[in-house]
Write a protein that binds this ligand. Structure first.
Ligand code: NAP
Length: 247
């Protein structure tokens, strides 16, 4: 039997990552990383297995290089290859002006959103280059990379700006290997990330200010991500795709 393509999702236990897993299940076997909630990851695993995917879940904090090795060892041991990386794990922090942002917050933000994402991509590229038959990497950026997010979380916005720049550079580097690298920039999306940043009602509150007059759903972002990952987007690399309702 031919092996199904394998998709690794960091932060696959909630929000956009979980929506990607559920949408991918008919077509991919899955490696789902989670940080804190094993029960949330197990709920996603149950759904995707019911849809026909093989799925392994693996705990790990992408800010920890040893944990990144653990995540990829799980992929190596379970499937022996990676075709698609959805580089999704990310954090925000409480809304604050720069004068109230300290070194500890900046270090955590950059370690998770930038250094973690870059090291995860590195491990995927090592494997995709060795496999020799291409691949796709979708990095989760944000509309904040364009907007700057002053007075909210400009550290988060700067981390996502770094992701867009990294996406372009890596896409050039690995294009000869037919490894495509894209970023998706969600706008205001209905997930729990806003509560984790101290504003549980943020998406409902700001949704009406979006040109399309509503917040988006995790499923709408997942559709864009899975399309970029697919052969239907075979001549796309280095691009940043806004999924923002026009914001
Ligand atoms: P979410 O609902 O908070 O889910 C984030 C996922 O990432 C969770 O599974 C979380 O697990 C995991 N995660 C967080 N830190 C991690 C770490 N250090 N190591 C491994 N996993 C970690 O967030 P989301 O809204 O789906 O966001 C997903 C991505 O989209 C993020 O990169 C975010 O910046 C980006 N984005 C979201 C929006 C939005 O409006 N929702 C807009 C623009 C961009 P734990 O809960 O266990 O930490």
């Amino acid at each position: 039997m031919t092996q199904r393509p394998v998709c690794l999702i960091t932060g696959g236990s909630a929000g956009i990552g979980a929506a990607c897993a559920r949408l991918a299940a008919p077509d991919y076997d899955l490696v789902l990383n989670y940080r804190a909630s094993r029960s949330d990851a197990e709920a996603v695993q149950k759904d995707v297995e019911a849809a026909g995917a093989k799925c392994v879940i693996v705990q790990g904090d992408v800010a920890n290089p040893d944990d990144i090795q653990t995540i990829f060892k799980a992929a190596d041991d379970s499937f022996g290859r990676i075709d698609v990386l959805i580089n999704n794990a990310g954090i925000v922090a409480d809304a604050a002006p720069l004068t109230q942002i300290d070194h500890a917050r900046l270090t955590r933000m950059m370690n998770v959103n930038v250094i973690g994402a870059i090291l995860v991509a590195k491990e995927a590229v090592i494997r995709m280059q060795a496999q020799g038959d291409g691949g796709a990497i979708i990095n989760l950026s944000s509309a904040a990379a364009r907007l700057g997010s002053g007075n909210q979380y400009l550290d988060y916005a700067a981390s996502k700006g770094a992701i867009d720049t990294f996406t372009k550079g890596l896409s050039d580097e690995v294009a000869p290997d037919n490894i495509r690298v894209m970023s998706v920039r969600p706008g205001i999306i209905l997930t729990d990330i806003h509560g984790k940043g101290g504003q549980p009602d943020r998406a409902e509150r700001l949704g009406p200010m979006v040109p399309m007059k509503r917040a988006g759903t995790a499923e709408e972002v997942a559709e864009a991500i899975l399309w970029l990952a697919s052969a239907k987007a075979s001549y796309i690399t280095g691009s940043a795709l806004d999924v923002t309702g026009g914001r």
